[in-house]
Design a protein around this ligand. Structure first.
Ligand SMILES: Nc1ncnc2c1ncn2[C@@H]1O[C@H](COP(=O)(O)OP(=O)(O)OP(=O)(O)O)[C@@H](O)[C@H]1O
Length: 296
């Protein structure tokens, strides 16, 4: 497999523990990689180094074999980039801004802008300063995708979009994925990551904590079992037998992994009124990486 994006031991130290430290991961040709982490973890700092806006203190980043900082001009012109916060020229109308970006990228026309505006129901004729956050985000999406780039770097692409438009975006990503695009996307929305990404890289406090296949991550999710027992005393007594369980009145809930059999056998000693079993959501699962809580 060819790597389209290579991040090799980069450190950008802003002092007081802020920044990113010794980050290494790759995005393969045709792969969609989700870049996840809590606020301030270092996602944007990593992405800005990929775009050649800032130079790593040590280590290197390259895209299509080109050093991102040394060849920043090539990177900016050829990649599809959607920044977390777009630096708009407020006095322009939406369409003027789209034309401005197309010119900057040395495009001949506006490429796929028209069909993207249709897909996202965007009327770009008004002044940007009067637009809502969602409309501005749609302009950013048009600018990132209109050139039909081979590589897309997207920093929280659906921020500000309503659920209908978030779905349109997922649909667009899935289409682009099918067309063989290489995509790196930071996101806080687990559902979009789950639906679109092949792998996820998780960063916390500037350090990479995991890079995993989505399928493997999904299969690592546990079952959450909720038992309703006959009375509160029973619930309290049962909860004492199950490590990490929570009691609310007559209910006891617990994350159950491979020890389901043991759990059921212990429950057999009590009067069970009701039983619910569900799979942990990806969000609940990721809390483990995010907050470092013990959800074993
Ligand atoms: N230019 C800078 N100077 C000093 N500190 C900075 C600078 N840029 C970022 N930081 C700090 O580095 C850390 C990582 O910030 P970054 O914006 O990369 O996080 P993030 O993962 O993108 O967060 P979010 O999800 O909130 O967008 C934060 O503590 C931030 O305050």
């Amino acid at each position: 497999m060819t790597n389209h994006i290579e991040i090799d031991h980069i450190t950008k130290d802003y002092g007081q523990g802020r920044g990113v430290f010794d980050i290494t991961f790759q995005v393969q040709k045709g792969e969609t990689l989700g870049f996840l982490g809590p606020n301030g973890a270092g996602k944007t700092t990593t992405i800005r180094q990929l775009m050649g806006f800032i130079k790593p203190d040590s280590g290197s980043v390259s895209i299509l074999g080109k050093d991102c900082f040394k060849e920043a001009d090539f990177i900016e012109k050829s990649l599809g980039y959607l920044p977390g916060e777009i630096a708009f020229i407020d006095s322009m109308s939406g369409i003027e801004f789209i034309r401005f970006i197309a010119k900057m990228k040395k495009m001949k026309g506006l490429g796929r802008a028209e069909s993207l505006m249709e897909k996202f129901e965007l009327n770009p004729s008004g002044k940007i300063k009067k637009m809502s956050k969602g409309m501005k985000q749609k302009i950013g999406i048009v600018c990132a995708f209109m050139q039909d780039p081979e590589i897309l770097i997207l920093d929280e692409p659906t921020s500000g979009l309503d659920p209908l438009m978030q779905n349109q975006f997922i649909d667009l990503l899935l289409q682009e994925k099918k067309r063989g695009k290489t995509i790196l996307m930071s996101s806080h929305i687990f559902e979009e990551v789950e639906k679109t990404c092949d792998r996820a890289a998780i960063i916390r406090e500037g350090r990479l904590v995991a890079v995993e296949d989505m399928e493997k991550l999904k299969s690592g999710r546990k079952k959450i079992v909720e038992l309703h027992l006959a009375d509160e005393n029973m619930a309290a007594s049962f909860a004492r037998e199950i490590a990490g369980s929570k009691v609310t009145g007559r209910s006891v809930s617990a994350n159950v992994g491979l020890d389901m059999d043991e759990f059921i056998k212990k429950a057999g000693a009590y009067t069970v009124v009701d039983l619910n079993v569900r799979t942990q959501s990806l969000e609940e699962f990721f809390l483990h990486f995010y907050g470092g809580q013990n959800n074993d």
